[in-house]
Design a protein around this ligand. Structure first.
Ligand code: ZN
Length: 271
C-alpha cells in the first residue's frame, strides 16, 4: 500500500513528529494539527488509487455493511432517519440554494459522482462535471449528454486546469471537499475558473456536530481512507478565505450542530 504524506491542509504545519489522534484506525493516521487544531488524514493513498481501488462507492457499501452488522437496530433507525431527511429536506437544499441564487449558465460540479445533481439542474443551466472514479464519470457523462457540457475523468486539479479563467457561473462541491487531498489548491483553482461574482456552493460534514461529539469514534463522518479532511465551521471559512474567496452565506441555519453536515455559499470577489 502506497501512502502519501500531508502537511496540515489548512495552515501548512508539518505534524509528522506529533502523536496520532485517537481517531486513527489501522494503517490510517489521523492528526490534529499542532498549529491550528485541524483534524486530517496524514497518510492518504495517492489519487491514482482513487480511480479504481478506493472509489468511494465501494468503501461506502463496505462501511454500511459493517455498521449494519455491528448494530442492526441503530443502523435501521439511522438509515430511516437519513432517508427521511434525504427525501424531504436535504435533497431540496441544493435545489433551494440554486434557485434562490438564480443560478443560470455554466455550472460545474467538482466530484460529480454519477451525475445525479447535474442531471437535476434547471434547463437554464449547462452542466459540467469532474469525477475521479472512471465508472462514475462514465455514468455522469451519460446523465448530462446532449446538454452542451461535459464530464472530465480526472483528479480535480487536473480537471480544473482544462478550463479558462472566468468560465463558470456556479461551482458545486457537495460531499466532495472532505475527500480532497489538496483542498486549498482546488479552491484556488475553483476561484480562477469562476466568473467574477460566480458562486461556489459547498456541503461538507461538520466535525463539530453534536453527533460527532456524542458518538466520537463511531461517528458516521469517519471513513477510512476516503475522508481526508474533517472541517469545522471555522476551518472551512479559513480555507476559503486563504483561497481568495469571499463568504456569502453561512448562517446558523447552514451549520446547525444538530446536523452532520454544513452548507456554505462562497463567491469569487468582483464587480
Ligand atoms: Zn494546521
Amino acid at each position: 500500500m502506497t501512502h502519501l504524506h500531508r502537511n496540515c491542509p489548512i495552515c501548512g504545519a508539518d505534524n509528522r513528529s506529533k502523536a496520532q489522534s485517537r481517531y486513527s484506525k489501522g494503517e490510517w493516521v489521523i492528526k490534529e494539527c499542532s498549529g491550528c487544531s485541524f483534524v486530517y488524514l496524514e497518510n492518504p493513498p495517492p489519487y491514482s488509487d482513487l480511480e479504481e481501488n478506493f472509489a468511494w462507492e465501494k468503501t461506502f457499501a463496505k462501511e454500511s455493511d459493517r455498521r449494519r452488522k455491528k448494530n442492526p437496530v441503530l443502523y435501521w433507525i439511522s438509515s430511516k432517519n437519513k432517508q427521511f431527511k434525504a427525501n424531504y429536506l436535504k435533497r431540496n437544499k441544493l435545489q433551494y440554494l440554486l434557485r434562490s441564487l438564480r443560478v443560470r449558465g455554466k455550472v460545474l460540479e467538482v466530484g460529480c459522482a454519477g451525475g445525479h445533481y447535474l442531471k437535476a439542474l434547471d434547463e437554464g443551466c449547462v452542466p459540467f462535471g469532474i469525477e475521479i472514479s472512471k465508472q462514475l464519470a462514465k455514468m455522469a457523462e451519460e446523465a448530462v449528454a446532449g446538454r452542451g457540457g461535459k464530464v472530465i475523468n480526472s483528479s480535480s486539479l487536473d480537471g480544473l486546469a482544462h478550463f479558462k479563467e472566468g468560465t463558470f457561473d456556479c461551482i458545486i462541491m457537495s460531499a466532495y471537499l472532505e475527500h480532497e487531498i489538496q483542498p486549498r489548491e482546488v479552491l484556488k483553482e475553483a476561484g480562477r475558473v469562476l466568473k467574477p461574482k460566480g458562486r461556489l456552493i459547498i456541503k461538507v460534514p461538520n466535525f463539530n456536530s453534536i453527533n460527532r461529539v456524542i458518538r466520537d469514534r463511531n461517528w458516521c463522518g469517519f471513513r477510512y481512507p476516503d475522508h481526508v479532511n474533517y472541517f469545522t465551521p471555522r476551518s472551512l471559512k479559513e480555507v476559503l478565505k486563504g483561497a481568495g474567496l469571499s463568504i456569502e452565506k453561512f448562517g446558523i441555519q447552514d451549520r446547525m450542530p444538530t446536523s452532520d453536515n454544513m452548507w456554505l455559499v462562497a463567491a469569487r470577489p468582483g464587480r
